[in-house]
Ligand binder design. Sequence first.
Ligand SMILES: [Zn+2]
Length: 81
Amino acid sequence: MGRIDITGGFSIHDYRAKLKLLHDDGETRTLENRAELGCPACGRAFDRLFVTEDATASFDTPPERPFCLARTEAKLLLMTH
Ligand SMILES: [Zn+2]
């Protein structure tokens, strides 16, 4: 099933076939996991992936489920399970 590898950074293009873009406001992207991709933090398949390159990000609706964080030099990733 594969797992997102953030060694050397993260690019959505590397997983384009497996992640469906749900929302993109230019600063934060929300993606749906369509291929049981594994979380870069815990290895379990995640549900949604939020990606931002901003220093800060806010979410109107907190994930009412377990979530993991991962960061690269350029991006912050939040995965909900
Ligand atoms: Zn996880």
